[in-house]
Design a binder for this molecule. Structure first.
Ligand code: NAP
Length: 276
C-alpha cells in the first residue's frame, strides 16, 4: 500500500519512522520546505507545495497513493483543507493525525485571540516585554506596536528583522524544557508571552514556566480543522468505519501516532480480517 504523509510535525516524523521498516507499505513524507535542515526519517521525502488541492489530487493519482495521512501542524490550515478536498477527488483514503491542544489549568493566565492582529492588540498600549514564540512569518504585524520590547524565537532567522527599536532574536528548535524556558524568561525580564496552542510536550515548557512565574500568555486560537468524523466515544480505533483505499471516503481524525498505526493496520488488513 502506498502512503503519503503530509508532515512538518514531530508526530509525522515519528509515524514515518514507525512505518519505514514495514514491507507492506511504501511511505513518502511530504514537507512544505519551511526549515532549511529538517530532521528526516528514513523514508523518501519530497519537499515543496503541490499547487493547491488540485495539484495534490494530481500528485496522489500520479504516484498511485492509496492512503493520505494529514499529519501537518494544527495551524497549517490551508494544506489540511487541501488534503480534505484532494483525497475524495483522487479517491484515496484520508486520515488526519492531529495532536490535541493544551487546556488551561489552575494558575494559567491565558488570553485567547483569533489571530496575530488580535495578539498585537492584546499587548495593549503600555510598553511590555513580550516573548514571541511564533513562526517567522507571523512576526511582521508586531511592527505596528513598536512601543514593546520583543524577544523573538523562531526555528529559522527572521529576515528582514522587525522595524521596531527593541527586539532580540533567538533561533532554536524544540523541545524546550520548562526550567530552561523559565531561565530565559527571567533573564530577558519577560512580562508577557505570545504563542500558538500547538499542543504536545515539546513546546509546553514555556506555558508551564509562564504559570510558575504568573505571566500572562496570549494564545492564538487554533484554526478550525476540516470536519472529519472523530472516533466515537467508547469505541476503539479499530471500530472506525474503514475508509478503504479506492473508495475515497474521508476517514477519521486521531490524536496519537499509535492510533494512526492502528488505523493503518486496519485499512491495510485483508477485507475478511476487517470484517468487511
Ligand atoms: P499552510 O498555510 O497550511 O500551507 C501553505 C502552503 O504550503 C500549502 O497550501 C502548500 O502549498 C504548502 N504546504 C504546507 N504543508 C505542506 C506539506 N506538508 N507538504 C507540501 N506542501 C505543504 O501552512 P504553513 O504556511 O506552512 O504554516 C501555517 C502555520 O503552521 C504557521 O503558523 C506555521 O508556523 C505553522 N507550522 C507549519 C509547519 C509546516 O511544516 N508547514 C510546521 C510547524 C508550524 P500548495 O498549496 O502549493 O500545495
Amino acid at each position: 500500500m502506498r502512503v503519503l504523509i503530509l508532515g512538518g510535525t514531530t508526530e509525522a516524523r515519528q509515524l514515518a519512522e514507525r512505518l519505514a521498516m514495514r514491507a507492506d507499505l511504501a511511505v513518502t513524507l511530504s514537507l512544505a520546505g519551511r526549515t532549511a535542515a529538517p530532521a528526516l526519517p528514513p523514508v523518501p521525502v519530497r519537499i515543496g507545495g503541490f499547487g493547491g488541492a488540485q495539484g495534490l489530487a494530481d500528485y496522489l493519482l500520479d504516484e498511485k497513493i492509496d492512503v493520505l495521512i494529514d499529519a501537518t501542524h494544527p495551524y497549517a490550515a490551508t494544506i489540511s483543507m487541501n488534503a480534505a478536498v484532494a483525497a475524495p477527488l483522487a479517491r484515496v483514503a484520508l486520515l488526519a493525525l492531529r495532536r490535541p491542544g493544551w487546556a488551561p489549568i489552575a494558575g494559567d493566565r491565558w488570553v485567547e485571540v483569533g489571530d496575530v492582529a488580535g495578539a498585537v492588540r492584546a499587548l495593549g498600549n503600555v510598553p511590555r516585554r513580550a516573548f514571541l514564540a511564533l513562526g517567522r512569518k507571523e512576526i511582521e504585524p508586531f511592527a505596528d506596536a513598536p512601543q514593546h520590547s520583543y524577544l523573538v524565537r523562531s526555528v529559522e532567522p527572521v529576515t528582514p528583522p522587525l522595524m521596531v527599536p527593541h527586539a532580540v532574536y533567538i533561533t532554536a528548535r524544540g523541545p524546550f524544557a520548562e526550567a530552561d524556558e523559565r531561565t530565559m524568561l527571567e533573564e530577558h525580564r519577560i512580562d508577557i508571552i505570545v504563542a500558538k496552542n500547538s499542543g504536545g510536550p515539546a513546546t509546553y515548557g514555556k506555558i508551564a514556566a509562564a504559570r510558575a512565574l504568573s505571566l500572562p500568555v496570549i494564545l492564538l486560537r487554533r484554526p478550525l480543522p476540516p470536519p472529519y468524523p472523530p472516533p466515537q466515544a467508547g469505541e476503539g480505533i479499530r471500530r472506525i468505519p474503514p475508509p478503504l483505499a479506492g473508495e475515497g471516503r474521508v476517514g477519521a481524525a486521531v490524536e496519537t501516532v499509535d492510533d494512526a498505526v492502528a488505523w493503518l493496520d486496519h485499512v491495510s488488513a485483508p477485507p475478511t480480517a476487517r470484517g468487511v
